[in-house]
Write a protein that binds this ligand. Structure first.
Ligand SMILES: *Cc1c(COP(=O)(O)O)cnc(C)c1O
Length: 396
């Protein structure tokens, strides 16, 4: 195979070899059910405890506050639905934002339509930042939950989680954050940031797919999500995904200990790619905050062209990236996130998201920038919109 340049690490990441290696014995040798009492099963039970501890340590949490799930979407569903159920005596109001992942937004829609919830979807500024003052102003006596993402998966904006946690705590409202993109990319501590619940997913940090966790602070009265056996302190039934959990523990520890060095390197590569695009390709805009930004995220809109066409041409060169559509497969609706930060419809359609990893080199992004320049030129040459723009500009 030709060399592939993988720039879609916000969609998923490669499972690290040491993660795979740590998982393997739990498929074939130590396959016991952690709930069984013979000593053979004790190995699986011990592995679960160890992974739970590894993860708790990355967040300043307690081991018994980590609940394993099948991924980020399940954690988000659980946090919202079960908190709504548990606290509905107090009220029915939830505060979130317009730029959340669909695992949050579609769950909110469900709660609104089917369960009588009232949801406030906060606006964000042109860089995608939530204003903590808006969060505070939206709180009413009926507010039971604030759910605001730690960092956005499309434009990479890092939200003021600490300030929001402070406000939630002062008003005694539960605070949940979808940290699927932020976890182990930026330092996070559940006590410092006054987080009550936090969602995460292994496959975004070089762990396996289909495993995640929900951090639930001790004392939060959240309901069980899956009913059945007594696993996960009776809150999430079902025989544990032991290999997945072991893999997640190793992936979390690995990503946590390498965070500083890894993200410093990523920021250099990211900024090099951003500056080459901004300096060499006219009529484009960087989406998301230039500074409060995930180390791996580049998101640009190119005027006059379709992001999908850019993607296809990059794919022909072995470059994997993502577009600004709500859903890359099929839907051509522009992303709700780009619309929320004020990117007009037609410009949103010309959006490209490239999310690097610590394996992405300067040479890789130089290759991409060189070709991107030519691709954008070529597509603009074929674009009637661009020809109109050129004509108009000649006349003024
Ligand atoms: C990927 C992602 C999710 C969903 O996680 P899965 O493990 O794929 O279900 C949720 N929120 C954000 C911000 C994400 O990036």
């Amino acid at each position: 195979m030709e060399k592939m340049i993988y720039l879609d690490n916000a969609a998923t990441t490669k499972t690290a070899p040491e993660v795979v290696e740590a998982m393997l014995p739990y498929f074939s040798e130590a396959y016991g059910n952690p709930s069984s009492i013979y000593s053979f099963a004790g190995k699986s039970k011990a592995a679960l405890d160890a992974a739970r501890q590894q993860i708790a340590d990355t967040l300043g949490a307690k081991r018994e506050e980590i609940y394993f799930t099948a991924g980020g979407s399940e954690s988000d569903n659980w946090a919202l639905k079960a908190a709504f159920e548990a606290y509905k005596q107090k009220g029915n109001h939830i505060i979130t934002t317009k730029i959340e992942h669909h695992a949050i937004l579609h769950t909110c829609e469900y709660l609104e339509k089917m369960r009588g919830a009232r949801i406030t979807y906060l606006d964000v500024d042109e860089n995608g930042l939530v204003n903590p003052a808006d969060v505070e102003a939206a709180i009413t006596p009926e507010t039971i939950l604030i759910s605001i993402m730690a960092a956005n998966n499309e434009i990479g904006t890092i939200e003021p989680v600490r300030e929001i946690g402070e406000i939630a705590s002062r008003h005694q409202v539960l605070f949940h954050t979808d940290a699927v993109q932020a976890y182990c990319q930026i330092p996070m501590n559940v006590d410092d940031m006054k987080i009550d619940m936090l969602s995460s997913s292994a496959h975004k940090i070089n762990g396996p797919k289909g495993i995640g966790f929900l951090y639930i602070r001790k004392g939060v009265k959240i309901r069980s999500f899956i009913h059945g056996g007594a696993q996960e302190r009776k809150r999430r039934a079902g025989t544990e995904n032991v290999p997945g959990i072991v893999g997640y523990g190793v992936a979390a520890q690995r990503a946590f200990t390498s965070m500083k060095e890894r993200t410093e390197k990523e920021i250099q590569v990211r900024d090099h790619l951003i500056s080459r695009i901004r300096n060499e390709i006219p009529n484009c805009r960087l989406n998301g905050d230039p500074v409060k930004r995930l180390p791996n995220n580049v998101n640009v809109s190119f005027d006059f062209i379709e992001g999908e066409s850019v993607l296809l041409m990059l794919d022909g060169l072995g470059v994997c990236a993502s577009s600004g559509s709500a859903c890359t497969s099929g839907s051509l609706d522009p992303s709700h996130v780009l619309l929320a930060i004020g990117v007009p419809h037609e410009k949103a359609n010309g959006t490209l998201r490239m999310t690097i990893s610590d394996e992405t080199s300067m040479e890789d992004v130089d290759f991409v920038a060189d070709h991107l320049k030519k691709i954008v030129e070529r597509l603009r040459d074929m674009s009637p919109l661009y020809q109109d723009f050129l004509k108009k500009n000649k006349n003024v």
